[in-house]
Write a protein that binds this ligand. Structure first.
Ligand code: PLP
Length: 418
């Protein structure tokens, strides 16, 4: 990959977006006869060449099963796989490399915690707190656990801007609270939640905290030690990496005390016809052949983000969000959904009198990819009294010119649909 120059003019960090865009081959195509404008980054980000080539190189020169082989390819594959674990340790600032468990992504990471920590520690009458803005991945596993154990899921309310009401959260905390599971950045609203405060308050009551970092990992600096998270989940595909790979971070002492998640190869110490012993961390939670190739390629995504720098990415994305918010607010009949003070580059809105799906289809006809619907946050949509939103979400390779095209598309759609 070519080095990306970041001009650091005192406070201003400027990215060479044209150069960055060249790293993403998928962006340079026509869709429905128009240049693609990809604004569905909160669903999944596109992949830079370093990641695509990383996958290619892996299958062409490295592929073997890991950990158990003694031949050269097996050692190469193991080293590459474990190197990504080291990168992720640094990326989230975990204290120990064995606190980083490979999973399929955020969904599996949360299910892992529910099925192990949850089953072991949550009993009838205990309470699990989640916020009103959770993704289904951070709701359904807790409903399943609560149904199994006779526990109670309680909901932390939000205000009209889409921010957690901390005073109400504090009122919900008690000795019955065993777990708080909260999203770092809302995929539907863009809100950045004050996770450090949320965690500190939970810890005062002896509750553990899981942070869903699916949306924060590509936008914000992640420091699991600084925020004090007990568990932190992320997905590679939301941060310019491949699909089907992600991690669960857990504090070592918690992971050590938890039972294994799935049984199979790798997670065992010794197996007999009558039983088994459990392997050490992190392998205890990594039964079976993992997604080696995508784990290896994820390292290139992390390096790509690091080569640009989160501060520069954040600045660019914030500029895009401000520009888009200002532009869209000048259109008639637009209601923004999610106006928190602290936001990432997610712009959710309702066009009055127009169904979001119709708007999405019309924009797609103009080569503009946005997401419409409930964004896997049905309870949040119910809370807001809407069936869904249209959502444009921006990544480091997006431009203000693309936002102009999107706004023109919106004007056209508004004329046709209203
Ligand atoms: N949590 C949030 C906030 C998300 O936005 C998503 C995906 O959209 C998930 C969890 C689930 O992530 P994955 O599908 O990668 O497991």
């Amino acid at each position: 990959m070519e080095a990306i120059k970041i001009k650091n003019i005192t406070k201003e960090i400027k990215l060479d977006i044209n150069k960055i865009r060249k790293d993403f081959p998928i962006l340079h195509q026509d869709v429905n006869g128009k240049s693609l404008v990809y604004f569905d980054n909160a669903a999944t980000t596109q992949k830079p060449l370093v990641v695509i080539n990383g996958l290619d190189d892996y299958y062409k020169g490295i592929n073997a099963n890991i950990h158990r082989g003694i031949h050269t390819l097996a050692e190469r594959a193991t080293a590459s796989f474990e190197a990504t674990r080291d990168s992720l340790k640094t990326f989230i600032n975990a204290k120990h490399r064995e606190e980083v468990i490979f999973t399929r992504g955020t969904t599996e990471s949360i299910n892992l915690v529910a099925a192990t920590f949850g089953r072991q520690n949550i009993k009838a009458g205990d309470e699990i707190l989640i916020s009103s803005m959770e993704h289904h991945s951070n709701i359904v596993p807790w409903h399943m656990l609560a149904a199994e154990k006779g526990a109670v899921v309680k909901i932390i309310p939000i205000n009209e801007q889409g921010e957690i009401i901390l005073e109400e959260y504090e009122k919900l905390l008690s000795s019955k609270t065993k777990l708080v599971a909260v999203v770092h950045v809302s995929n539907a609203l863009g809100t950045i939640n004050p996770v450090k405060t949320i965690i500190e308050l939970a810890h005062k009551h002896g509750a553990k905290v899981l942070i869903d970092g699916a949306q924060s990992s590509s936008h914000l600096d992640i420091d699991v030690q600084a925020i004090g998270a007990d568990f932190f989940a992320l997905s590679g595909h939301k941060m310019y990496g491949p699909t089907g790979i992600g991690i669960l971070y857990g504090k070592k002492e918690l992971l050590e005390a938890m039972p294994p998640y799935q049984g199979g190869g790798e997670m065992i110490g010794e197996v007999t016809y009558t039983g088994f012993t459990v392997n050490e961390l992190p392998y205890k939670f990594e039964a079976g052949t993992p997604n080696i190739a995508d784990a290896v390629a994820l390292k290139y995504a992390i390096e790509y983000i690091q080569s640009i720098g989160k501060a520069a990415i954040r600045k660019h994305e914030n500029d895009l969000l401000s520009y888009a918010t200002k532009s869209i607010s000048q259109l008639e009949g637009i209601r923004l959904i999610g106006t928190a003070k602290e936001k990432v580059s997610i712009l959710s809105f309702v066009m009055e009198g127009v169904h979001h799906q119709d708007l999405g289809i019309l924009l797609d006809q103009n080569g503009i990819a946005i997401r419409t619907g409930h964004h896997c946050t049905q309870p949040l949509m119910n809370r807001l009294g809407i069936s869904g939103t249209s959502r444009a979400s921006f990544a480091l390779y997006n431009t203000t010119e693309e936002i102009d095209i999107f706004i023109e598309g919106m004007k056209k759609a508004s004329k046709m649909l209203r």
